[in-house]
Design a protein around this ligand. Structure first.
Ligand SMILES: [Zn+2]
Length: 498
């Protein structure tokens, strides 16, 4: 070994002498040169920090960790050193606002916002950030029409917080096992879908109604995402916290049932936290009330805060509500007023209205899930009309107008053929303002867009589907690794539906 590398007669000895002399003579210049190189390296480092990684291989990283976060001078002490006094408060604020837009892949709006800042050309941080966003915008790819026609849609019911209470062997256990997921399962599913490149969109991003010289009709949207990212739709049915889940009621009587500790381990209402975010109240088995991430809404809010690239342009899920007990856990059914007294009833209504506004402000879409949860497919047109009108008069007045309906039991008003106004039920629902119609269909991504409607199939994510269709769900997540071990198995066969 040594023979190969050691040459006693080689230049080594000679060099040693020369180096010593050289050092004595040129030490000042050497130190100066080293300092200069050091300064260059540091400067390049700072510039990189501001501009962000030039070649973000992983778009997730570029969106959420390196690129945008790194580009925001408010995030690092390093970057403030790059200017004499550091960017002003106003500059930091506009950069922050732009970052929020960029996180949702809306680089165009982010750039527009930055350019609207007066004198932005003289603000290096803004100029650099615009350059970075332009670069990232160039990398986005428009979804093709075919892709827009195949956006998968998954849905959940209320999530089980305490599996021991849900799976306690009572009469509801099988229903929960079939139709519900636990909070742990939901979070694992979102994590895996995020890792698999899914990005939450809302149906208005896919297609929307315009009125032009040819009349009013649906047009396809332009969803632009980094290569490899895939849009998906998400909804939750029955965000009502029915009395059978949260207390002793069966939901069918005329007495409003509020939460008690005999509940089956679900949240019992949506409330607004001190930061203005929608969260949930949950009563544990000892009767203590907790406020936090106890259902899909707050869990998804939190997940998107941690992974902003999971939501395209601020999209959230669609939330289907019925009216026969109330909405979001508030006992707002009109006939309760007589039992509760006007003051107590009005308080429920007021709180539910505030929650609806809070949800809307955060990008959630509130949808009709009918008033009484009947199968629209089986009803006469007259009864569809009556149920829809009742929803408008008792629910819409609280949650606001909507153009989305999530059919109860997934029961559609038509065969697979396109909707037409020859279908009386469709005509009624169209006139009631609905444009987005979702049934339940195990075919992933089934969509039908016409001039007047957007119709889609949804895949239920629950015990039944996970137990029976693991291979089908593999496109979203790995069932085995998310399946809650507290869930009784085998999951029972279907018995009715929710
Ligand atoms: Zn339902």
């Amino acid at each position: 070994m040594s023979g190969k590398y050691y040459n006693p007669n080689g230049p080594r000895r000679k060099k040693k002498m020369t180096v010593g002399r050289f050092l004595k003579r040129y030490s000042f210049w050497l130190v100066a040169a080293v300092l200069f190189v050091f300064c260059v390296v540091v400067t390049v480092g700072i510039v990189k920090e501001i501009v962000g990684p030039k070649n973000p291989q992983d778009s997730q990283l570029s969106t959420e960790q390196g690129g945008i976060d790194g580009s925001n001078p408010s995030n690092g002490a390093d970057s403030t050193q790059s200017t004499q006094s550091g960017p002003s408060k106003e500059v930091l604020a506009v950069l922050d606002e732009a970052k929020n837009l960029a996180n949702g892949y809306d680089y165009v709006a982010a750039i527009e916002l930055l350019r609207s800042f007066e004198g932005y050309e003289t603000q290096q941080e803004i100029v650099d950030t615009i350059a970075l966003y332009e670069e990232q915008d160039d990398k986005l790819v428009s979804q093709t029409k075919q892709q827009l026609n195949n956006v998968p849609h998954i849905f959940f019911h209320s999530l089980i917080v305490d599996a021991d209470r849900a799976f306690d062997g009572d009469g509801e256990e099988d229903g929960y096992n079939l139709y519900m997921c636990t909070t742990a399962e939901f979070v694992s599913i979102m994590e895996q879908m995020y890792q698999n490149g899914y990005v939450l969109v809302n149906p208005h991003h896919i297609a929307y109604e315009v009125t032009d010289e040819t009349g009013t009709h649906m047009v396809y949207g332009d969803i632009r995402l980094p290569a490899g990212k895939k849009p998906f739709l998400l909804s939750q049915d029955d965000l009502n916290y029915y009395s059978y889940m949260i207390g002793v009621g069966d939901g069918k009587n005329e007495t409003p049932i509020f939460v008690d500790k005999t509940g089956d381990g679900f949240a019992h209402k949506v409330v607004i936290d001190e930061n203005g975010y929608p969260v949930c109240e949950y009563m544990d088995a000892d009767g203590n009330i907790h406020v936090g991430d106890y259902d899909l809404v707050p869990l998804l809010e939190k997940f998107i805060q941690e992974h902003p690239g999971f939501s395209y342009k601020g999209a959230r899920a669609m939330l289907g509500v019925t009216g026969y007990e109330g909405v979001f856990g508030y006992r707002t059914k009109p006939s309760y007023e007589g039992k509760m007294g006007t003051e107590a009833y009005q308080k429920e209504v007021e709180q539910a209205k505030q929650v609806a506004q809070c949800l809307r402000d955060h990008g959630w879409i509130i949808a009709s899930h009918s008033y009484g949860h009947p199968r629209y497919g089986d009803l006469t047109a007259g009864r569809v009309d009556a149920d829809s009108t009742r929803w408008e008069n008792t629910v819409q007045v609280i949650v606001g107008d909507t153009d989305v309906i999530l059919y109860p039991h997934g029961s559609d008003i038509n065969s697979w053929r396109q909707y037409s106004f020859a279908n009386e039920k469709y005509k009624i629902l169209y006139e009631d303002g609905y444009r987005y119609f979702f049934n339940v269909d195990s075919t992933i991504g089934w969509t039908q867009i016409t001039d007047t409607s957007f119709r889609g199939g949804r895949v239920n994510i629950d015990g039944y589907r996970m137990w029976n269709s693991a291979e089908k769900l593999a496109v979203f997540f790995d069932v085995e690794s998310v399946f809650d071990p507290r869930r009784p198995t085998p999951v029972p066969p279907l018995s009715g539906s929710m």
